[in-house]
Structures are given as C-alpha cells and as structure tokens.
Write a protein that binds this ligand. Structure first.
Ligand code: FRU
Length: 485
C-alpha cells in the first residue's frame, strides 16, 4: 500500500487514510489554523460522514488530530463551519470564550427514505481537541426542503448578531441568532441568480475591501454548484458580489451574470477561515481539489482526496465590477529552493527550451510576450510521453491546461482533456504562476485574476520543464523555477 503514499502531494493537505471531501470548520484560534474535513475514516469511498481534523501554524505543515465529530442519533456529520464565541453568547464557556461548530446532520426520513438535513452545534473548551454536542440539537430544521445544509455562521458587527448562510435547494437562506442556538429566518437569495447547473452547496459569506479599500467594500457570497449531468465541466464554485446588511444579500450584477472562482476542473466546496486576527486581515480560502464527476473513482489505495493550496482572496476593481483575485498564501514562498532563473530568451517557433526540473513539488513563475506566436506554453514532463501542458492560445485569447497525456487518465471518460478559459494578458504580457505538486497543477494567471486548478496522476515526480512556441516566435521575458521543499 506504500505505492500511493509515494504519490502524496508535498504541500497539499491529504487525509492520513481513506476518504476526504469538503473542508469544514475553518477557524483560526490561539495561533492555530484548524482544518476539519468531511471524512469516512474506514473506507476509500464516501459514506457515513465524520469530521476529520488537523491543525497548522503556517497553513503548510499540518498535524493530524483525532476525529472531532462522529455520527449520532441525529445523523451523520455533514459540512459546516466553526467560530470563536468571543463573548460567550452561547453560554457554553462560563463567561470565557471557546469554539462552536455549526454543521449539518444528515439522516433519512422514516417513511420516504428521503434526506432529512438539520443544523446542529457542538462546542470545544480546549482549542478543538475535544467537542461536546449541544443537548438541544438539532438547532435548525425545515422539513419542507430536502437539501438543507452546509451552514456558515459569521458574527455580523453592524447588526451585532450571528448570521448563518445555509443552502436550501436552489437558493441560500439567511438566519440570525443572538446565541448560535435560536435561529430566526431573515431572507433568501438565489432563485434565478447565477448558475443553477446543479444543487447549491457550501455557501460562504464575507466582506472584502475593493482594491485594498480605495474603492470601498463589498460582500462576497460564494456557492458551490454541483454541476450539470450533461456538462463535461462538472462541478465548480461560483460567487456573487454585492451588499449585505445583516438581513439580506443584494447582488450588484444582473441575475444572469455567472462568476466562477476557478476555471480548472478541480476546485469544489471551498470555504474561508474565520477569526483571522485583524493584524493579519487576510481572507484565506481552501477547496476540495476534485470534480464531482469523478471524485469517487480517482486512483487511490490508501487515501482519496486532497485540498487546494491555501489561497488569499482579494477583490480587484475591473471595468465589469469587482472580481476575486486569488494567490497562494505567502507562507508557500518560505519553501522555495531556486532551481534556476532565465530571462530574455527568444522561443523560436516549433523549438523548445528544456530544463531539468526534478522534484515532487515545483513552482514556476514565467512571463512571456507571445509576439507572433499562435501558442506558447510550458510542458511539465514526468516520463517519456507523459506530460501536462499549461499553455496560451493567442488566437483565441485562452489559457488552457492539457492533461490528456498526464499519466493515469483512464478511470473516467471526462478526465483526459484539454480545457480552456478566456484570458486577456495585460499589455500583451502573459504572466503565469504555476504550482505542480505530484498530483495537481494550479495556475494563477495574470497574478491570480484567472485561476485553473486540475488534478493529474503522473507515474512519477516531475522531471523536466519545456517551454515552447508554435506558429511564430515568442519571447520568454523571465522564468524562475523553484523546488518546494
Ligand atoms: C459537498 C457536500 C455537502 C455536504 C457534504 C457531504 O461536497 O455534498 O453539501 O454537506 O458534501 O459529505
């Protein structure tokens, strides 16, 4: 069974063994980032969900901890969040503070066997090491909806109350509470808004400055979308930009505007950390790195499921309105060992510039001027005839990932593919920032304005990096390659 352990990503979080899906309970407390996750501790397949648990001080090195929440008479433990109850609004902490988890319990309705999903809470007085479920669980139910799950609670400063956003079929609902126990319906949002290619799941809600505050502040509502059975793109995460007053979310855009967080195939059910200290101020995100189309059949013998790199989210003003920009967290830079640095090289049409770049985890920072080329790109070679290509189709103005020959692709018909997303390089300069970590590739183009995240299953670690240009010459303005140790 050590075979798959050799293929563990070096920087991406994976469970110690067996099945993992969504990140849950993301909260920072007493110097630790907590990462709970949907977990089947006894099988490589999804099943009765528990909350697995890990902590980190730098978002890179994780310590696995015992399972935090296990199924009980109210059901299995689905996705949710965790908050620091600073002022003991819940009364769980005898006037002190502590952690409260808010999550869905999934059960079956006795007659129809349809899902029964209700929200529960649990608290921890020891930094998340042990949890007590609240005796009054579940705290919120509504039997009129079948899909009612994935609560995200935040403390709303201006309204001075807790707000929960929770998915309810084809929309999200907002509830408010003084104490995390009693929840009152406030409003809903989403019918006819954005993408409804699949069921809505895992909402998140946060406020961000636009352009660092120069253009005010906006609220972001993130919603994962399960995917259309007929669309090869499958599942993904959309977001809305607007305002939120503690009661209702107002979309700034026309209802048919669809904004995606990630244009790769493998970023789902992501969420952001709560309680990041004010001095830090970052909005930190992590997603489950897979597509629902094939989540259950990816090659696995020991563990199945990985998270994306942790990312910082910001809002940048554009002609179309504020848009999410994502960058890998700065902590990743501490791992850099420079392999080499090149600049001002002409890439002749049809020729390749090849460098030795062996390692399990690599970072490439490249800047091209495509000039007359029809296509430029980078091939990450893992074995003879085995490579993953990150390229730019200059005629179509599209960035693409081609994983057709990336290694194992035969486990699902939709996996071997080349897929693309529009990219308009600023001043004809193409900036690509790429992380390859054994079984994933993440591309942050244009400094994170366009992100593509894809899984790959190569037979071994990376060996070579080749830059190429087709249909005309291009200029490689600069390239820096790092091994991430
Ligand atoms: C998203 C999801 C959530 C649910 C959980 C169950 O992947 O379906 O909506 O809470 O996974 O594992």
């Amino acid at each position: 069974s050590s075979g798959q352990d050799d293929q563990r990503p070096r920087l991406h979080f994976t469970p110690p063994g067996n099945w993992m899906n969504d990140p849950n309970g993301l909260v920072f407390c007493e110097g630790e980032y907590h990462l709970f996750y949907q977990h089947h501790p006894f099988d490589l397949q999804w099943g009765p969900m528990h909350w697995g648990h890990a902590v980190s001080r730098d978002l890179i090195h994780w310590e696995h901890l015992p399972i935090a929440l296990a199924p009980d008479e109210h059901g299995t433990i689905f996705s949710g969040c965790a908050v620091v109850d600073e002022n003991d609004t819940s009364g769980f902490f005898g006037g002190g503070k502590g952690l409260v988890a808010v999550f869905t319990q999934h059960a079956e309705r006795p007659q129809t066997r349809e899902p029964l999903q209700r929200q529960s809470i649990a608290y921890s007085k020891d930094n998340g090491r042990t949890w007590t479920k609240y005796a009054g669980n579940p705290v919120l139910g509504d039997e009129s909806v079948l899909d009612f799950r994935d609560p995200k609670a935040i403390w709303h400063e201006a309204a001075a109350k807790w707000v929960m956003v929770v998915s309810a079929g084809d929309r999200v609902r907002f509830y408010t509470s003084p104490d995390l126990k009693e929840w009152t319906f406030a409003s809903d949002f989403g019918a006819g808004e954005g993408s409804h290619a699949g069921v809505w799941e895992c909402p998140d809600l946060f406020e961000l400055p636009v352009d660092g505050g120069a253009a005010g502040r906006k609220w972001v509502l993130m919603v994962s979308v399960g995917g259309d059975p007929d669309d090869p793109a499958g599942s993904g995460t959309q977001y809305f930009v607007g305002s939120f007053d503690g009661t209702a979310f107002v979309n700034d855009h026309p209802s048919d505007t669809v904004l995606w967080m990630d244009r790769g195939r493998d970023n789902y059910a992501g969420a952001t950390w709560s309680n990041i200290p004010r001095e830090d101020g970052r909005r930190l995100f992590i997603g489950w790195m897979v597509n629902l189309k094939y989540a259950g059949v990816t090659p696995a013998t020991v563990w199945r499921g990985a998270m994306t790199l942790p990312r910082e989210l910001t809002l940048a003003d554009t002609a179309e309105g504020p848009r999410i920009v994502q960058q890998p967290v700065a902590e990743v830079e501490r791992l850099r060992e420079e392999i080499g640095r090149w600049s001002d090289t002409v890439l002749r049409s049809g020729a390749e510039w090849t460098g030795d770049a062996s390692g399990n985890a690599l970072e490439a920072v490249a800047e091209f001027e495509p000039d007359t080329a029809a296509e430029v790109g980078i091939r990450f070679g893992t074995a003879p005839g085995e490579e993953t290509i990150v390229g730019y189709d200059a005629r179509r103005g599209e960035l693409f990932i081609d994983r057709t020959c990336s290694g194992r692709t035969d486990f699902h018909e939709l996996f071997p593919c080349r897929h693309a997303a529009p990219l308009d390089p600023a001043e004809r300069r193409l900036r690509l920032w790429i992380f390859v970590d054994r079984s994933s590739v993440e591309v942050f183009a244009g400094d994170g304005r366009l992100v593509m995240t894809d899984l790959i299953f190569p037979s071994g670690p990376n060996r070579s990096v080749a830059l190429y240009s087709l249909g005309g010459d291009a200029k490689l303005s600069s390239l820096t390659l790092y091994r991430l140790a």
